[in-house]
Ligand binder design. Structure first.
Ligand code: ADP
Ligand code: ADP
Length: 606
């Protein structure tokens, strides 16, 4: 949400991927008041064939923003002083980044903000890969001398001087690890050995759990394995500054904390900057956090640094007091007590003890039942049989032993998404779910809260990871089914989108009386989305045991006991915070058996 201000620095942005002058009636030009009286404000650039807006002649009436059928325009007024802080602008009517974070040796610096707010842009600058243009986007190649002159006398000057001169070397772990398998071939061990000039691979094998797959081909690795290869490859590089963009996707909670510890160790001697949307992990991992706010895709501002606890509390609160900026209408709250688990709902599926045997894998599922309208959070390591269980419910797999009462239509969102579809998002929906894709229900209950509406006319192949994820969730929820199996919906979503996705999933299940099985590793997300918890355990790829669904308290306790992690509650906001292993609270909570919620008080006799 843009700040309200009186004196203005006008920012006009045209989203190039949305603007399609050939498919509209040029509403932006036709309805622009100054344009109608002869002042040129908006025109179609012959070179790019996209709308172009003059920030000088625009009067900020906002009519073009409302009239554009593709939601491709933003006109924003910012405080005039911000002009001084413009660090980078991608082009005319393009994204602008204001200010930069300052890396510090000895602490892990976190960047927290929505997708499209400039985190990757900031990382690109701080890693020395791109010299920022300070707003002079017409210059072919910005010069570092100008940048250093601009930052003279600031904390960042020395850092930028060294990084631009190559005296500081940077290593970056990119966000999309899925792509690794397309770039490299051969065994993971060979790839890492090539980078490991300092002989440090051995020290990473155990904490990152690399041994089980070092001798496999990169092409055969799962997302979680690729993530650990990418993290190891980055850490092995002989650098001074390390950037980790979303180190947690595809990893289970135990692995997330292992990675966090390794990164913290690195920060003792090096500069480390992380971008992370799993707030429980960021809280555990970072020391200092820069919140980023603005208008996604249009501009991003980096706020003052805050200690991690305060930063996350402010983020959840949605309001920055010092800056007087509200960036979310409501705060996000956590309950320190579990919801009542005894609500009544009709049973949808009953399953007895089930067994499924494959050549190398055996799954056992304890008896249980799923209720209509219930959202079950499914937790546990990958490859312990979660998908196999649901395939048995769908009748796609026959249990080796045991039976499922009935056969259920399942709508499934897989963990890994590939944008192989040729066509627009709207066409994809029409092909996959038919007429329902045009219903008011689909639009208001699914597309709007997931912010997919603005993407309808875009080609699926142009979507970013987070956009593709939201389209895939919408598609899954839009299909008619009894059970919705949604596998890792949080991957590539920013923290806010995760909460919106959780709410959307809950609402659809409740309203339609359906059952959701949501597999995810982000504990805050699981807390927000679930009515109950199903716990899978075992030895990944060999054996799996499924138990539950359990009420929240019981399910969280079983799950967290399995991974050996306890959460305390933040005194101000109630949000769960991971305890340090073996700290006083960790030990106390483990002995009382309360891993997540406040200790249950004994009922008082009255
Ligand atoms: P984040 O990492 O926070 O998701 P990015 O830094 O990747 O954000 O991008 C911020 C905005 O800048 C996005 O809207 C993106 O489309 C835009 N952007 C990124 N790279 C370019 C580029 N080379 N040219 C034009 N716009 C770009
Ligand atoms: P999860 O959903 O927990 O990641 P899955 O149910 O997908 O786990 O898989 C559990 C194990 O079963 C994996 O090791 C997988 O390779 C194996 N598996 C799944 N389907 C088959 C099959 N049709 N044939 C043989 N093995 C399979």
């Amino acid at each position: 949400m843009p700040p309200r201000i009186d004196s203005t620095l006008r920012v006009a942005v045209v989203f190039k991927d949305r603007c399609q002058p050939k498919r509209c009636h040029l509403e932006c030009i036709k309805f622009c008041p100054p344009q109608r009286t002869g002042t040129e404000v908006i025109w179609i650039d012959p070179e790019t064939a996209k709308a172009t807006i003059s920030e000088e002649t625009c009067i900020s009436c906002g009519i073009c923003v409302r009239k554009c059928p593709f939601d491709a325009i933003r006109i924003i007024g910012l405080p005039e002083e911000l002009k001084e802080d413009l660090v980078h602008q991608y082009g005319k009517n393009a994204f602008r980044l204001f200010r930069l974070p300052v890396p510090k040796k000895g602490s892990v610096i976190g960047l927290l903000g929505p997708n499209g707010i400039g985190k990757t842009t900031a990382v690109g600058i701080l890693s020395g890969e791109t010299a920022p243009n300070l707003g002079h986007y017409r210059r072919k190649k910005p010069h570092w001398d100008d940048v250093l002159e601009y930052f003279k006398g600031t904390e960042l000057h020395d850092y930028l001087e060294k990084i631009s001169a190559g005296q500081l070397k940077a290593a970056v772990k990119p966000q999309y690890v899925d792509r690794l398998s397309k770039v490299y071939s051969g065994k993971a061990r060979n790839l890492l050995a090539k980078i490991d000039v300092g002989g440090r691979l051995d020290a990473l094998r155990e904490p990152l759990g690399l041994d089980s797959f070092l001798d496999r081909d990169i092409a055969q690795l799962s997302g979680g394995e690729l993530q650990r290869v990418a993290i190891a490859a980055t850490m092995l590089k002989d650098a001074d500054v390390y950037f980790f963009d979303e180190p947690s996707s595809y990893l289970d909670i135990y692995q997330r904390l292992q990675v966090a510890k390794v990164i913290q160790g690195l920060a003792k001697e090096k500069y480390v900057v992380v971008v992370e949307h799993d707030l429980a992990v960021l809280d555990f991992l970072a020391d200092t956090v820069y919140l980023m706010y603005g208008d996604e895709g249009a501009y991003g501002i980096i706020a003052e640094p805050r200690p991690v606890r305060t930063a996350i509390n402010v983020y959840l609160g949605g309001y920055m007091k010092e800056e007087n900026i509200r960036f979310r209408p409501r705060e996000i709250r956590f309950e320190s007590r579990p919801p009542r688990g005894d609500w009544r709902a009709e049973t949808l599926v009953t399953f007895e003890g089930l067994t499924k045997r494959y050549e190398h894998f055996e799954l056992t599922v304890q008896p249980g039942k799923l209720r209509k309208g219930e959202v079950v959070g499914v937790v546990g390591p990958n490859a312990t049989g979660k998908t196999t269980f649901v395939r048995m419910l769908a009748g796609e797999e026959t249990p080796t032993a045991g039976t499922v009462q009935g056969k259920w239509q399942v709508s499934y969102k897989p963990q890994y998404l590939e944008s192989v579809y040729e066509g627009t998002v709207r066409e994809l929906f029409l092909t996959a779910i038919g007429k329902k894709a045009e219903s008011g229900y689909f639009e208001t209950e699914i597309l709007e809260p997931l912010k997919v509406r603005g993407m309808l006319e875009r080609d699926v192949s142009t979507l970013s990871g987070g956009e593709l994820q939201r389209v895939a969730i919408a598609l899954c929820l839009g299909r008619d089914a009894d059970i919705y199996l949604i596998d890792e919906p949080s991957a590539y979503l920013d923290s806010n989108q995760r909460m919106e996705a959780a709410k959307t999933i809950r609402r659809v299940m409740e309203r339609e009386g359906r059952t959701g099985l949501i597999v995810d590793h982000d504990v805050y997300f699981i807390d927000m989305v679930s009515d109950s918890i199903m716990v899978f355990s075992g030895e990944p790829g060999r054996t799996g045991v499924g138990e539950g669904p359990f009420p929240m308290r019981d399910g969280m306790n079983r799950f967290l006991k399995m991974v050996g992690i306890t959460f305390r509650r933040d005194a101000d906001t109630n949000r769960p915070r991971i305890n340090k292993l073996d700290s006083r609270l960790d030990r106390e909570q483990k002995s009382s058996g309360e891993y997540y919620y406040a200790i249950e008080e004994a009922p008082t006799a009255s």
